[in-house]
Design a protein around this ligand. Structure first.
Ligand code: 5GP
Length: 192
């Protein structure tokens, strides 16, 4: 038996022995991502922005977001230290892969899967600013606004969510469940 298993109607999955239920379904995700792409296309018309995806979690959001952007744009990736198999943040950010793109004088959009405490995004914004870009903004699919401890300006937010552990659509639990097109929460937290 695999460690991640779809149960019944795909509304429920079991990952590493815990049961998760759909929280934001694929249609809502796609609809919202398309809106964000349209917004970015308008805001950055004529500017050829560089999207910096934060590995690993943002790869799926970034891929869909780019497909919804209708102006010239480029992509690069950065990787920060992850949670491992934990469900809470360690609060310490390390850079595991640096960007390759030359972003001085460019319009940069940092693309995250989720902003929780905000420490990663705040670190990234500062890091990008140190390269003297023409501008730097933040895009995140999910924002746990009640958990955010630092003051950050998130220009593009897909969904504001409660302070719950989510998986799917790029987000993992012990490196699993990134492949699912919906976003899930722990079954017991469905009514939270
Ligand atoms: P922050 O620095 O804002 O506390 O955390 C950002 C990173 O923590 C995200 O890029 C993501 O990798 C991870 N993270 C935060 N909340 C969750 C969550 O609910 N589920 C998963 N899978 N990862 C999360």
């Amino acid at each position: 038996m695999s460690e991640t298993e779809v149960v019944g109607d795909k509304q429920t999955i079991t990952c590493l022995g815990e049961q998760f239920r759909v929280y934001i379904d694929r249609d809502r995700i796609q609809e919202r991502v398309t809106e964000l792409g349209r917004q970015i296309s308008e805001d950055y018309a004529g500017k050829k922005p560089v999207l910096i995806g934060v590995l690993n979690g943002a790869f799926m959001f970034l891929a869909d977001l780019m497909r919804s952007i209708s102006i010239d744009c480029e992509v690069d990736f950065i990787k920060l230290s992850s949670y491992g198999a934990q469900k809470i943040t360690s609060g310490v950010v390390h850079e595991l892969k640096k960007i390759d793109a030359e972003i001085t004088g460019r319009h940069v959009i940092v693309v995250e899967d989720i902003v929780d405490t905000g420490l990663s995004m705040s670190y990234l914004m500062e890091k990008m600013s140190s390269h003297r870009p023409a501008s730097v903004t933040a895009a995140t699919l999910l924002h746990k606004h009640e958990a955010t401890k630092v003051d950050i300006n998130l220009k593009y937010v897909g969904f504001k969510i409660k302070n719950l552990f989510v998986i799917g659509y790029g987000l993992d639990y012990g490196q699993l469940a990134r492949n699912y097109p919906d976003i899930y929460i722990l079954d017991e937290e469905v009514d939270a």
